[in-house]
Design a protein around this ligand. Structure first.
Ligand SMILES: CC(C)(COP(=O)(O)OP(=O)(O)OC[C@H]1O[C@@H](n2cnc3c(N)ncnc32)[C@H](O)[C@@H]1OP(=O)(O)O)[C@@H](O)C(=O)NCCC(=O)NCCS
Length: 163
């Protein structure tokens, strides 16, 4: 991802299908730059990537050390692991196998190689988000526990590093 992708990512995050679970409040372009510019400049350790299909950008994935945000680690009750957040920005591509392909490639080619000291990826998703639960299950994540995250019923899913 580069800084030139930020307006597109901001636009995606304001689309209804992304607002439903990923971006609960509208995001202004200024807020998007404030959040994402440090990531593309390497000042924030969160890794941010744009997913492309035949050269066209369609989605966003980010990953980070969960312990990098101690308050989050404490809230979800873990003391290790790599976090991952994701969305397909183009609504016509949702529910067609693209999310599974995007995350499968991301886990193998970006996330696990980027954090060699970590042994597992841990994702908490809003339990009502059936598509997120579906894609994680389909990728081999196991259901670890139910929890409340920021007041919302959520499910923790874990995928161990492939041996
Ligand atoms: C979550 C998201 C990335 C999933 O990608 P997707 O392309 O829609 O999912 P896929 O078509 O690749 O489906 C992957 C698996 O999930 C299942 N699945 C997809 N949508 C589902 C749904 N609504 N309910 C139940 N299962 C579902 C599919 O059947 C498939 O399972 P299979 O491989 O066993 O057949 C995508 O829906 C999205 O970007 N949603 C909006 C943003 C969002 O919610 N992000 C996550 C926040 S935690």
């Amino acid at each position: 991802m580069t800084e030139f992708d930020i307006p597109l990512v901001c636009d995606w995050r304001n689309r209804p299908h992304v607002r439903r679970f990923y971006q609960k409040a509208p995001l202004s372009l200024d807020e998007a730059y404030a959040k994402l510019l440090p990531r593309v400049r390497g000042e924030d350790p969160t890794l941010a990537h744009i997913a492309t299909l035949r050269g066209c950008a369609f989605g966003y994935v980010q990953s980070y050390l969960i312990l990098g945000t101690p308050s989050y680690a404490e809230q979800i009750g873990v003391s290790d692991g790599i976090g991952m957040d994701y969305f397909i920005g183009e609504p016509e591509l949702v529910g067609r196998g693209v999310g599974k392909a995007m995350l499968s490639a991301y886990l193998a080619e970006v996330l696990f190689p980027a954090f060699p000291q970590e042994r597992r990826c841990i994702v908490c998703y809003e339990t009502a988000n059936a598509a997120s639960g579906g894609v994680l299950t389909s990728l081999g994540f196991r259901r670890e526990k139910e929890l409340i995250e920021d007041g919302v019923p959520s499910t923790m899913m874990i995928l161990d590093r492939p041996s």
